[in-house]
Write a protein that binds this ligand. Structure first.
Ligand code: NAD
Length: 463
């Protein structure tokens, strides 16, 4: 039987790397005690990944996809257990979405111009080692999506995961390294510290071997990355409004909005966080939300109790409430409801902190607007200039266009639940890194690649 030369090389490489990377934490690929060791190991792996044939990269990605499917439930359970946020069923769906719809090497396209003076190509080349900071709200989904896209473009990556989600993030990262080894690539295509902190992230942001930074999280981390002096992709916070006008199918709007809002207990940054509804149909919308979509209508004193319980003195959502179900949040304020209650609602002004704050909880205040123009104005205010996501339920295409232009977000979903924008029940690819602040929008492999022009003069044009 002929010996597969590549396989032998990959085994040798693995053994040598294990010996070289003395900082490696046993049992987990890519995990080190120190950030400098992480970067050195990812840099070493990058020398091979950069020249790895596209079909080899794709093979590794297909193994990552298989491992995600095989481990979807484990990853989902681990995420909920470690962070105390979200729900297992929806997290399983999110992992299948990554496995099925996160683009690989097919996204590394070439642009060509040919003519009298020859042929010019723009090819997508790797940046090198990417530094990626990931959130606790999608702890494994973000890691997996980023590795698929970054590897497809020929990069390796060093992660600084959220300290509250390290176990889950490292488990996901380990799967990617195992896939690389299994597919004939190097170990350490993705690395991270055993104990990531703000200090390790600081080292990463300043390190000369990190050529691109990607931050997925709240405003603090995006600002930190954009102030680093390196090129940065900033996937920041949102507070997506769902606008409903009088032309919409109101029952359908209520169903879409509540489905989107309650998905993974409202953790996704794209999820409906409040509703702005034209006055003439506001009561009808509330009727459907409460009577057909499992919303609990909170009275004034319950709203005040919720404000106290879920928002801290600085106006930020309290960590122990983020990603909890409506039933649990209501229990926190002494209200017991049946299991079919999946969302909390009420009418309120846009300034109500339960409405204006990005809570990441299934709490969906409804703001009345006197007409469509007023609804647009209030929605734009509520989005806070994040330029992230916005949703609209209307049958009037001119109004939809007006809204999309005015709110100027990376995502605008029309007449559907927010998660359709992630490819779940909607067209298009999936990602969990939506570059709102820096404008790349939904990231994919090509986002993590450099544009490189390749010119041949007076040849190779055969027209
Ligand atoms: P977070 O901002 O608390 O943490 C995100 C990551 O940034 C963590 O790894 C954290 O340790 C790190 N971090 C925070 N401040 C930092 C600083 N000053 N310097 C360096 N690192 C820092 O966010 P989270 O609670 O984990 O996630 C929820 C937030 O992320 C929400 O605001 C949500 O909208 C946003 N989010 C955005 C996207 C997107 O694609 N745009 C995706 C998921 C989450």
């Amino acid at each position: 039987m002929a010996v597969d030369e590549r396989l032998v090389q990959s085994i040798v490489r693995e053994v040598v790397q294990k010996m070289q990377c003395s900082g490696g934490v046993s049992g987990m690929h890519g995990v080190f005690k120190d950030m400098n060791q992480c970067i050195a190991a990812a840099k070493e792996a990058e020398k091979e990944v950069r020249i790895l044939p596209m079909d080899r990269r794709e093979k590794i990605i297909s193994i990552i996809r298989r491992k995600i499917r095989e481990n979807a439930e484990t990853l989902a359970r681990m995420g909920v257990e470690e962070t105390g946020m979200g729900n297992v069923g929806d997290k399983i769906l999110k992992h299948h979405l990554v496995a099925d719809k996160c683009p690989g090497t097919e996204d590394i396209y070439t642009t060509a111009w040919s003519g009298d003076r020859g042929l010019t190509l723009t090819e997508l080349g790797p940046f090198g080692v990417i530094g990626s900071i990931t959130p606790c709200t999608n702890p494994s989904e973000t890691v997996l999506c980023n590795v698929i896209g970054m590897l497809a473009a020929g990069n390796t990556v060093v992660f600084n995961p959220h300290p509250k989600a390290v176990k889950t993030s490292l488990f996901a990262m380990n799967l990617c390294n195992e896939a690389s080894i299994e597919g004939g690539g190097p170990d350490n295509i993705a690395c991270a510290c055993e104990k990531p902190t703000l200090e390790t992230s600081e080292i990463m942001m300043k390190h000369p071997d990190i050529s691109l930074l990607v931050a997925t999280g709240g405003p603090g981390v995006v600002t930190a990355v954009l102030s680093s002096g390196k090129r940065g992709i900033g996937a920041g916070a949102g507070n997506p409004p769902a606008l409903v006008d009088e032309t919409a199918d109101i029952a359908h709007a209520a169903e879409c909005i509540v489905n989107g809002c309650t998905f993974d207990n409202n953790l996704p940054c794209i999820a409906e966080k409040e509703v702005v509804c034209v006055e003439s149909v506001a009561d009808e919308l509330m009727h459907y939300m409460v009577n057909e979509q499992g919303c609990y209508l909170a009275n004034e004193s319950e709203q005040q109790a919720l404000i106290k319980r879920v928002i801290d003195e600085k106006g930020a959502p309290k960590r122990d409430c983020v990603g909890k179900s409506a039933k649990v949040l209501l229990q926190y304020i002494g209200v017991n409801v049946p299991d079919n209650i999946r969302c909390i609602t009420f009418f309120g002004k846009k300034e109500n902190p339960l409405i204006s704050t990005e809570l990441m909880m299934p709490i969906l205040g409804v703001v009345r607007a006197k007409d469509f123009d007023d609804a647009v104005e209030q929605s734009v205010w509520l989005e806070h200039g994040n330029r992230h996501s916005a949703h609209i339920h209307s049958k009037n295409v001119d109004r939809i266009t007006t809204y999309a232009r005015a709110i100027d977000t990376a995502i605008v979903v029309k007449n559907g639940p927010s998660y359709t924008s992630l490819g779940f029940g909607g067209e298009g690819f999936n990602t969990f890194t939506i570059a709102s602040r820096t404008g790349e929008g939904l990231t994919s492999a090509s986002t993590f690649a450099k544009r490189r022009r390749c010119v041949m003069i007076d040849s190779l044009c055969i027209r």
